[in-house]
Design a protein around this ligand. Structure first.
Ligand SMILES: NC(=O)C1=CN([C@@H]2O[C@H](COP(=O)(O)OP(=O)(O)OC[C@H]3O[C@@H](n4cnc5c(N)ncnc54)[C@H](O)[C@@H]3O)[C@@H](O)[C@H]2O)C=CC1
Ligand SMILES: O=C([O-])CC(=O)C(=O)O
Length: 311
């Protein structure tokens, strides 16, 4: 039997994730949205299936406004939620999207108690925390997507600056998915060469700053919402790593129990992704400057968690 991948929220990120996943033939896909969207999820699913004969993929897609077809999913991706507009921070979305996460978890988890949940809704770390707490699932199976996207942005900016292939560039962005995220310059390399040997400090600082504000840059260009091509690709990479049991090391937001000296928070750290979800959390030795940046990122998430109103 083919794996079943449910995507909750058939909007920009959800539909784009479905597109990247359909091409990879990783499993059959169920796109779910709210009843008010009427035929929209069904229309997008059918449209994506009709691309199959042209592109050459054999993925079955179902679009629905009811959760029954999602039952027994292997993976549930949660992209349901409001995106920000210019002038807003991700944190501004906390209460409107918390209500959406509550709704989604209450409907998806009873039908797919064994699935691995990937949270995409912003503010990412707080929504992952809420999903983890409400679901009652082990922390290995509730994972937030942020670090793959943030690292990909940093890799892109470095490749643009040095005029080299993006595949040559390795970067690791840790911490929360907010403007206080922590690009780890010390662990950034181009074909194995530390970035500090290739670029002057001012250029590196500018890349770090642009990476931190990378989501906002797209919001200010699009005006109607936020990024979705790269976010969808990041989710697809996580789904592939899990379903193929790749043991892929990437940064993801996970519930910490003492790692990096942190408790009771979802935070972006390097993890090993495999068929069981998060199979290992990797602790990097941090210097004083990195530790201070991490603390600022923690504080931003704690403030957002404190703004969370009860249901
Ligand atoms: N973690 C990350 O790296 C990223 C996160 N995001 C976040 O992803 C979320 C979605 O963004 P977009 O797809 O651009 O927005 P969108 O507005 O295009 O789509 C959101 C969809 O969610 C649906 N929805 C709302 N309430 C729902 C519910 N209770 N159950 C099921 N579906 C529901 C809406 O009907 C809509 O179709 C936003 O919160 C955004 O901030 C976006 C990009 C990157
Ligand atoms: O910036 C936003 O609101 C959407 C997002 O998380 C990103 O693109 O990194």
């Amino acid at each position: 039997m083919r794996p079943k991948i449910t995507i909750v929220g058939a909007g920009n990120v959800g539909a784009t994730t479905a597109h990247w996943l359909a091409e990879r033939e990783l499993g059959d896909i169920v796109l779910v949205d709210i009843p008010q969207t009427e035929g929209m999820p069904k229309g997008k699913a059918l449209d994506l299936m009709q691309a199959g004969p042209i592109v050459g993929y054999n993925t079955r897609l179902i679009g629905t406004t009811d959760y029954e077809p999602t039952a027994n999913s292997d993976i549930v991706v949660i992209t349901a939620g409001v995106p920000r507009k210019p002038g807003m921070s991700r944190e501004d979305l906390v209460n409107v999207n918390a209500n959406i996460i509550r709704d989604v978890i209450s409907k998806a988890v009873p039908l797919s108690p064994n699935a691995i949940y990937i949270v995409v809704t912003n503010p990412l770390d707080t929504m992952t925390y809420l999903a983890y707490k409400l679901s009652g699932l082990p922390r290995e199976r509730v994972i937030g997507q942020a670090g793959i996207l943030d690292s990909a942005r940093m890799r892109t900016f470095i490749a643009m600056e040095l005029d080299v292939a993006v595949e040559n560039v390795q970067a690791m962005v840790l911490g929360g998915h907010g403007d206080e995220m922590v690009p780890m310059v010390r662990f950034t390399t181009v074909a194995g060469i530390p970035i500090s040997m290739l670029l002057p400090k001012e250029k590196i600082d500018a890349i770090v700053d642009r990476t931190r504000k990378g989501g906002g840059e797209i919001v200010s260009l699009l005006k109607t919402g936020s990024a979705y091509y790269a976010p969808g690709a990041a989710v697809a990479q996580m789904v592939e790593a899990i379903l193929k049991d790749q043991k892929l090391i990437v940064p993801c937001s996970v519930y910490l129990q003492g790692e990096y000296g942190l408790h009771d928070i979802c935070f972006g750290v390097p993890v090993k992704l495999g068929r069981k979800g998060v199979e290992q959390i990797i602790e990097l030795p941090l210097n004083e400057e990195e530790r201070a940046m991490l603390e600022r990122s923690v504080q931003l998430i704690r403030n957002t968690m404190a703004a969370l109103q009860p249901a």
